[in-house]
Design a protein around this ligand. Structure first.
Ligand code: UDP
Length: 570
């Protein structure tokens, strides 16, 4: 197996089964065998005579060759008692004490199993409104979000990973201004990502500078009007200050709601890439595009045949996950199996561009993104249609908005996840993000330093006889390859990193992938520290006009404690 040292470390620390003293009782290879066997076993549920060992070998090869990896909970829990395999859940929060605390309990069970939860708080009555049963006043969505946050803090997900939440409030909720500013203090509500749910109507009013209505969620009556542009600018200002809240376009999530009769989509999972109905869950998986590149006539190109095969097996794998998954609640199992959504995506996109010598911030890269994602979604649908022939369509297929001539096994096929951990295991760049930095200097415990160099850059420099440790140190300090004047022009142009790429190109790349993705795309649009509020506002408008389902932005240095730094020691 071709795992690098970081991948080994992550797997040993967090994924392998351990004994009571915390020592692993399985090997990395054993983990992949456990997962392959558990997921392949679903084939026998459809056909007793099927050769599940053959399927197991296929899944094992696909994972150990790092061509495809399922989301973390599947790697951690498949074939084990816990058996909860999904990363994404959305839970309903109705305007009653029973519902609020039921959601907290359900979230706790999900977090314990490694999943993340999303909630819309838009149904909760506003702060200061009356509570009939007690004659008191309601404390409003933000105070309840703090309770959800504390509960999450208390359950550190059984040592595997911390709970992650998404909190959404509609733009027409009376407490919207408090929501926009509720994370101004970085130490508050830390287990939540926040997004404002925007409507097309609001966006039009903001463009025109008009007023819009705030609506009492309890009575449905308009209680006040605000100027849409002023509120839009407040969101921009808060995001400029520290990256929160993000925005999502609710009407677009619902335009792609495949079963509108089942109700409205009001929320997404924690990182925003998976819109779901209340009580729905989804399991994700990602194809490592760096493994889909081949040499042809002296240059590197995508191997479309290999990609097609991988997509087909990945869809088979993810459909099996729905079958063998042990759901945290019966209601989640029921809702999930009604639509059988899967979220197949990609990682290693930026690295594959490097391999092919195409700069991320070019028209060529944007067009190739469209081509790759069109291909994956099309081939994925075909694979799901083939599965439907032997396994049947998802139960709500007839009620769905999908074309009725070709039954499909899965309500949605594609989603682009952040692949925070999967990309470490796969040894590639994460999701569809550009490379953040090409060289890291890692401090080792005994006081020595270790250089960690992007393997594609290293190979290219070695090939040209340009590699040296001194050069790598300079790249680490400068934070970008493009700044090193004595490097050949083509290397400086191709090996771009996050901060070489204009926010416009970040959005255009997100939009290119979104156009051919059933669900949504996880992407952060990065700004330099000097970016203005106006720059942020322009990107929001661009994301809206290019058809994105939402945007998250981050201005370098705008949070005291940021995860990744360039030009600094990691
Ligand atoms: N997620 C979570 N907690 C985490 C990281 C991720 O609950 O610490 C969930 C969340 O729903 C997120 C999804 O997993 O949107 C996918 O995240 P990512 O692709 O980074 O996960 P990976 O499979 O790489 O661990």
């Amino acid at each position: 197996m071709k795992l690098n040292a970081n991948a080994e470390t992550v797997l040993k620390q967090r994924y392998l089964i351990k004994d009571e003293d915390g020592n692993p009782v399985e090997t990395v290879d054993g983990m992949f065998r456990r997962v392959a066997k558990a997921i392949a076993s679903a084939d026998a549920l459809h056909d007793k005579n099927t050769d599940t060992e053959k399927v197991e070998a296929l899944f094992y090869d696909m994972m150990t060759n790092l061509e495809f990896l399922p989301n973390s909970p599947t790697l951690m829990n498949a074939g084990r008692d816990l058996g909860q395999l999904s990363a994404c859940f959305v839970l309903p929060v109705e305007d009653s004490m029973e519902s609020i605390f039921e959601a907290i309990k359900q979230a706790a069970l999900i977090h314990k199993s490694g999943g993340g939860t999303g909630f819309s708080f838009s149904r909760l009555r506003q702060e200061g409104s009356t509570v009939n049963s007690t004659g008191g006043v309601a404390s409003g969505p933000i105070s309840f979000m703090k309770v959800f946050n504390m509960a999450t803090e208390a359950i550190k997900q059984g040592g595997s990973r911390r709970g992650a939440n998404m909190g959404i409030l509609r733009i027409d909720h009376p407490d919207i201004l408090k929501f926009i500013d509720c994370k101004a203090d970085n130490t508050e509500i830390t287990n939540f990502n926040l997004s404002v749910g925007l409507t097309e109507e609001f966006m039009k009013a903001a463009e025109a500078g008009k007023d819009y209505d705030l609506v009492d969620p309890h009575t449905g009556k308009m209680i006040k009007q605000l100027n849409a542009r002023t509120v839009f600018n407040k969101i921009v200002d808060a995001a400029w200050r520290n990256g929160e809240p993000g925005i999502i376009f609710l009407d677009r999530l619902n335009r792609d709601n495949i079963v509108p009769e089942q109700g409205k989509i009001e929320a997404t999972n924690p990182c925003g890439e998976q819109p779901l109905l209340p009580h729905e869950s989804c399991n994700l998986g990602s194809i490592n595009l760096t493994q889909m590149v081949k040499e042809e006539n002296g240059s590197r190109v995508f191997d479309w045949d290999k990609l097609e095969r991988t997509v087909k097996h990945a869809v088979h794998f993810l459909d099996n996950v729905i079958e063998v998954n042990k759901y945290p609640l019966e209601q989640i199992e029921f809702t999930t199996k009604q639509t059988r959504k899967i979220g197949l995506g990609v990682m290693g996109w930026a690295d594959s561009l490097l391999m092919m010598g195409i700069p991320y911030n070019t028209e060529e890269a944007v067009q190739l993104a469209e081509k790759v994602m069109t291909f994956i979604t099309e081939k994925g649908r075909q694979a799901s249609q083939e599965l439907a022939q032997s396994r049947g369509a998802f139960p709500l297929f007839k009620q769905s908005i999908l074309p009725q001539d070709k039954p499909q096994r899965n309500g949605t096929i594609t989603t682009i996840a952040p692949t925070g951990t999967l990309s470490i295991i796969g040894g590639c760049s994460s999701g569809v993000e550009p490379v953040f930095a090409y060289v890291f200097i890692r401090n080792i415990m005994d006081g020595t330093e270790m250089l960690e160099v992007n393997p594609i850059l290293k190979a290219e420099l070695e090939k040209r006889g340009l590699y040296s440790e001194a050069l790598m140190r300079r790249i680490a300090q400068e934070g970008a390859v493009s700044h090193i004047k004595e490097l050949p022009e083509d290397i400086r142009r191709v090996f771009v990193s996050t901060h070489d790429i204009s926010p416009e190109y970040h959005v255009r790349m997100q939009a290119a992938f979104q156009r051919h993705t059933d669900n949504a795309v996880s992407k952060t649009v990065n700004f330099s520290n000097e970016a203005t509020r106006d720059d942020v506002a322009k990107v929001y408008s661009l994301a809206f006009s290019l058809g994105c389902k939402g945007v998250t932005i981050y201005r370098d240095g705008s949070r005291d404690e940021q995860v990744l730094n360039i030009g600094k020691v990691k």
